[in-house]
Design a protein. Structure first.
Length: 510
């Protein structure tokens, strides 16, 4: 999940099936009582091992789970962090040949709980799509869409999320920033590969949201610093480019990129004036309008004629259902927080940012921006409850530490990034540059992009802009596969998209 670097949108919040064999805890240790006095400042890493079974496509997959924190050291051998992770390895398989998938969410500051319990792990949180799943008992069940039939899985929690902490000689700020985050996640992956004898395994990354900007950088960093060549990178609802993906900043590109998602959302809620039969038709026509009429007018600024401005205003009303008068007063530029508030204002409702199919009762009916994202209170309590129960009681990670699901790391995040090549250091990141370097120097690496139409956090237009502008030889463009879903940022909560997500991912991993 994505939390932008902008203070105006700090939105992230933080009965199993009887036929399925759940893991039984073997060990878990956070005891520091026996540590010598000089080591007392550094607690023992968390560690738990268990075994379990998941049923996928009618077949049982037996696995060994290892969970807790991995000790990370600097070049001088000094401990700097306890890095949180959960690894699932199939029992009886040849681990040296079996694919290995490293996965994380985004934020920055979001733990891997969402992907872990939403689609990838052996257990899945039970929620009702677009409804408020806020009444206990909260449930999780065997995840028939888990990827464990195709690959071993390592869920990663970067420092500041989950149970990951800077310790010893480490400081949190050493890990927080576009480049720092890329380097430390790469170091963790290399450390895990070495500690677990996985150097020869085919290796994949999967990152959601800000995990996209992380993955673009990590793919290049692993290759250039660790000589680790990836077989594939999966970008789920990817945030790749600060400039192209942040409406509310003083540049016009993101407003153009957001328009197709505004149109899709208006079509879904039945408020657009333009009413084609299919979502695909709506999106295609909105994209044409955005590129051929809306973008040129914004670029002209005050040089645009009054008639051209009026034509675009009428088009904006036609696609979004928001009045031309409102668009005029907003100078033809509306960010997603205003859009989510205004779209159903007459009904005193607010639509979601993470998934604009979600609707909640509005708060403060005269406000410009929405007061909350209905998505989070709808699904967040169920995910937090089920993950903590599963992780502590079933997997067996015993600690009184809080598992940090969403931290406000964006407040302290260093946005500048040193890209490879002549782009060099820029005040904000665009790791499509890094990804292109990795793909060019590892021409067998493939990329799968999975994007929801109803995603107001990382909109469709920004993803397509990244895909259309990544600087690759024509011969490598066939290495990119695109998949689109009639859902939002976490498209795997939508039952039909959940099944398609798994099929697309399974086909990608070889």
């Amino acid at each position: 999940m994505k939390l932008l670097f902008i203070n105006r949108i700090a939105l992230l919040l933080p009965l199993c099936l009887g036929a399925i064999l759940l893991p039984q805890a073997v060990t878990a240790d956070e005891n520091t009582a026996s540590a010598p006095p000089e080591a007392a400042a550094i607690p023992e890493p968390l560690h738990a091992e268990s075994r379990g079974r998941v049923r996928i496509d009618g077949k049982n997959i037996d696995y060994r789970a290892t969970a807790g924190t991995l000790e990370m050291k600097n070049d001088d051998g000094e401990v700097i962090a306890h890095y949180g992770y959960t690894a699932y390895v199939q029992e009886g398989a040849d681990s040296r040949a079996r694919p290995l998938l490293f996965a994380y969410n985004g934020g920055p500051g979001s733990a891997s709980m969402w992907l872990h319990m939403g689609i990838l792990g052996p257990q899945r949180t039970v929620v009702e799509d677009t409804a408020f799943t806020t009444q206990g008992p909260f449930r999780y069940a065997n995840n028939e869409y888990s990827i464990l039939d195709r690959a071993d899985l390592v869920m990663i929690d970067p420092v500041g999320t989950g149970f990951s902490r800077a310790v010893g000689k480490g400081k949190s700020e050493d890990f927080w920033g576009v480049s720092n985050d890329i380097h430390t996640v790469s170091d963790f992956i290399a450390r895990y590969v070495t500690a677990n004898g996985r150097w020869t395994s085919p290796k994949y990354l999967l990152g959601e949201s800000y995990g996209g900007i992380r993955s673009g950088g990590v793919a290049w960093d692993l290759l250039s610093r660790h000589s680790i060549a990836l077989d594939g990178v999966v970008l789920v609802s990817p945030y790749m480019d600060y400039v192209a993906g942040n409406a509310g900043t003083p540049n016009d590109l993101p407003y153009v990129n957001y328009l197709s998602t505004y149109a899709a959302t208006a079509w879904y809620h039945g408020v657009s004036e333009y009413r084609p039969e299919t979502l695909e038709e709506m999106v295609a026509e909105a994209e044409r309008f955005a590129m051929e009429e809306y973008a040129p007018l914004l670029l002209q600024g005050h040089a645009a004629s009054a008639s051209a401005r009026q034509n675009v205003l009428q088009g904006l009303q036609r696609f979004t259902g928001i009045s031309a008068d409102y668009w005029e007063r907003a100078n033809l530029r509306i960010d997603e927080a205003r859009f989510a508030k205004e779209l159903l204002r007459a009904k005193r409702k607010t639509v979601g940012r993470i998934d604009s199919r979600f609707v909640g009762d509005a708060i403060n009916h005269v406000a410009e921006d929405f007061s909350y994202d209905p998505f989070f209170p709808a699904v967040g309590p169920a995910f937090v409850a089920t993950f903590n129960d599963y992780y502590r009681e079933v997997v067996g990670v015993k600690t009184d530490m809080a598992y940090v699901t969403s931290a406000g790391l964006w407040r302290d995040w260093k946005q500048e990034h040193t890209h490879p090549g002549p782009v060099g250091t820029q005040p904000v990141g665009n790791t499509a540059v890094d990804l292109a370097y990795a793909m060019t120097q590892n021409p067998h690496m493939r990329v799968l992009v999975q994007q929801g139409y109803y995603d107001l956090a990382t909109p469709l237009g920004a993803t397509r802009h990244f895909l259309q502008h990544i600087d690759l030889p024509d011969t490598l463009r066939n290495n990119i596969t695109e998949a689109y879903y009639e859902a939002g940022h976490m498209m795997y909560l939508h039952p039909p998209s959940m099944a398609r997500f798994k099929d697309d991912l399974a086909s990608f991993i070889r």
